[in-house]
Design a protein around this ligand. Structure first.
Ligand code: SF4
Ligand code: SF4
Length: 208
């Protein structure tokens, strides 16, 4: 395991990165236990019946919040529905740059939810995987904000027809291809990697 997420008393979830080659998928995998654990406090959790399945049957996030997408999310969901990326973006998403500069699922309640909760849990977007309604350490919160933000940016760039090759999400089809050290701000990566004195192949990283 290249990323571990641990529960610290008085802080909440915290991150440890154990390899310079850790990817966004490693971050996702590191957080999954916390999403599945009844012992991790879920501050906004609603208690539907039956209380089982993904998020214990809770669908509050989908009913309450915007579900912003990364370029990789959009590709995975398009493949899931066996449509082209262009078709998926046209029929399932909204982009209103005059309000917020991100692409979101147009109608989450109708698109994502079924009788027993999330209909797309196996291919749910990155935002659903990274944001659990529980306290995070400042470092974990920063890592997640930067990862999600750059993934969102890559989809906006694609949608506007000027993909930025410098964005590490551009051209990627799954999260195993996206290295954390290439996504994160140099200072954030330093804060993360020096906790375990990781040696980083390249210390010069260009960030947005
Ligand atoms: S993260 Fe969202 S869906 Fe999951 S328990 Fe919290 S409020 Fe419910
Ligand atoms: S897409 Fe699924 S996992 Fe994400 S907020 Fe909606 S119901 Fe929850």
């Amino acid at each position: 395991m290249k990323v571990t997420v641990v529960q610290r008393a008085g802080i909440g979830l915290d991150i440890e990165c154990l390899s310079p080659d850790a990817t966004v998928q490693d971050l996702i995998d590191g957080l999954q236990w916390a999403a599945d654990s009844a012992d991790v406090v879920k501050e906004f959790r609603h208690w539907p019946r039956p209380s089982e399945g993904p998020c214990f049957g809770c669908t509050y996030c989908c009913r309450r919040f915007n579900i912003f997408l990364t370029i990789v999310d959009a590709k995975l969901l398009a493949a899931h529905h066996e449509v082209s990326l262009g078709e998926f973006l046209a029929y399932a998403t909204t982009f209103e740059p005059w309000k917020v500069d991100r692409v979101r699922i147009a109608d989450p309640q109708n698109y994502c939810l079924g009788e027993r909760g999330c209909n797309i849990y196996a291919v749910r977007p990155l935002i659903c995987r990274l944001y659990i309604c529980t306290p995070y350490s400042p470092l974990l919160r920063q890592v997640i904000a930067e990862v999600n933000g750059r993934g969102n940016r890559a989809l906006v760039d694609y949608r506007e027809g000027h993909e930025d090759g410098a964005n590490p999400f551009s051209g990627k089809t799954d999260y195993t291809q996206v290295l954390l050290r290439e996504v994160l701000d140099a200072i954030t990566w330093e804060n993360l990697s020096t906790r375990h004195s990781l040696s980083t192949p390249s210390s010069t990283q260009s960030k947005e």
